[in-house]
Design a protein around this ligand. Sequence first.
Ligand code: DGJ
Length: 732
Amino acid sequence: MKIKLIIGALAALCAAPLVSSGQEQQQYVLQTQNNAVVFTTNDAKVALQYFGPKLDASDIQSLLASRLGFNQNTYPAFGMGEDNFNTALSLEMPDGNLSVDLKLQDVKEEAIKEGKQLVFTYKDQSYPFSVKQYYRSYQGTDIVSTWTELTNEGKDEIKLLEFASACVPIKKGDNYLTQFHGSWGCETYMTESPLPVGTSVICGGDAVRNAFVSQAGFMISIDGKPQENAGRVFGGNLVYTGDYKTNVVATQSDVTVISGINPDHSTYYLTKNETFTTPEFLMTVSSEGKGGVSRAFHRWARMYGLHGSDSLRDILLNSWEGVYMDVNQEVMDKMMSDFKAIGGELFVMDDGWFGDKYARNYDDKGLGDWMVNKKKLPQGVPGLTVAAMKHDIKFGIWIEPEMANTASELYEKHPEWVLQQPNRPLVQGRGGTQVMLDMTNPKVQDYVFSIVDNLMQENPSIAYMKWDCNASFMNYGSTYLPANRQSELSIRYNRGLQAVCERIRAKYPNLVIQDCASGGGRVNFGMLRYFDEFWTSDNTDAMQRLFIQWGDSHFYPARAMASHVSASPNHQTGRVVPLKFRFDVAMSGRLGMELQPSTLTDEEKVFSKRAIAAYKEIRPIVQNGDLYRLVSPYDGGAVSSLMYATENKDKAVVYVYRISSLNNQYVPTLCLDGVDENKTYRIHDLTPQNEKRPCILDGKVISGRVLKTRGLDLGMLVPRFMSSVALELIAE
Ligand code: DGJ
């Protein structure tokens, strides 16, 4: 079978096909801003040959002619030939045959609104089963994605056993694997280690909060220990809300990444004419180290992958750590007015506002009963929106819509709506009574949609919702799914969740929604397609946040990272941290506060007001700028530092934090990677402790070349443990 399609600049090349094993090869190229991906096809397979900096047609010709490409099958299937293990696809045909024998049928190049797309269509040689494999390049970014559609074209069920989205070769070298692990209160901790020969597995531990244990994003360096601004690094991440699994398979000579939905416990029965779509796997390679990979993902997120990226995020006060569940009209009203007085823009009432028969005073009751607790809020939510209007502040509200407590009217009415297994006691989570609703059930989906819809219908001025999720699949069973489909629960739950999110977004595109799951348990691009930001961690200790936020910054832009100034001593760690340090850390993400403002001293109020005003000034740089990580807190040195710069580098913000202070400790010189060497910058201290005594750099004008190559001495800037500085740089 001859493939006729020839792409763009490679037309001349394709006219002279290369010959391999007696089969005619065609070539296809996807371009991004700086990279190219080169594929070849023959009648059996599509091989990825190259993924790296752009090559011209003659470079590609010489790469292929000299057989320097990866030549790796992009969708190896189980059961036939050499690709028997480490496969992307395995299934059981209706007659029990475990093998797949795919042959390429067709190739299409499509111009789409996001950029360009290649579609490879394969068919099994003997069974009515087909695969469509997509590769997409996103215009204006360096991100390429891939996913597949698996279709049963026959009438009998096919059992899907493995169904990865991607199988990608990475250049073998001195490879290191960068991963992000964590659990409640210490999410997204970065680990970096040499990539061992064998299979390294990255997978989530919890079908719902898929970022606990590990996050889906990872990086693999090619040139030794990963650096921030140099060396080749591959970055990959999956756009999925649920359980994922990535195998990094390293031999002595090759490295391959296979990534997709975690197939463990998730056999899927593909019925007549049904198509199973795997989630999108995003990838990039950069020669500018991990920083280059992060900037590519951030740009992609802002342009395509993160909801609401066209507007700036408000500075908010969340009531949780201020009053926990002791919410009521007077207290909320006062918090709004106090926050407005220091420059706040949005007030969010957290947990504790609902439940009638089962009032939500503790975490053991009320989830599912989304009616206002009239004792606490006699005028209902409208009482709060009216108060917000009076204080000229926006209003937001907390919900946990996928959940119920067994102590709730909802559970009394619909015990069949919660996840459960026959002949097993119901496992109950938080508060001893929390259970999860069965999002595979369309009635439950309607109900979950109605929680948001009713609140919005009754209170159209609600500007923000915090969507929480404090449980996992504790009872792995559904009363909605038939007995022989229980293994589809995780996949169908996530489809149900996505369907609800689609409906919410179709009706309420401008509502800002926070993705929260016991903190940062659901930080993934599957959720962020619908949500505007995520709650980074319930741990608000600024010192520990430096590590957590550093981890998150590898894939997720600052605008999405909710970072709040909370009380001192910190409620999670007990650490006493200066207010300035807390602000300087929170101002490197989406700034908010999470405390009772009435407990602030007058002096603290004055400082908070100044810091909030300063954040407003630099907000576009932080929320839309490019990130340069300068000194990692994981290095164990005296400081940690990062900066953001606008695209043309005419403005930047630099943060430096002193994270230890030993006698005679070496304090590094700070070279500012994110400035333009040909510009000159005026420096402004954003958050001086004493307005009249800003830091020694305030007002200085320094050339970009000096800032980048000579760098700044930090000893005087951050002399003591937990001292910090936030500097704005404006090109003259
Ligand atoms: C867990 C969240 O992470 C917290 O911020 C808070 O909203 C509580 N849930 C409320 O129950």
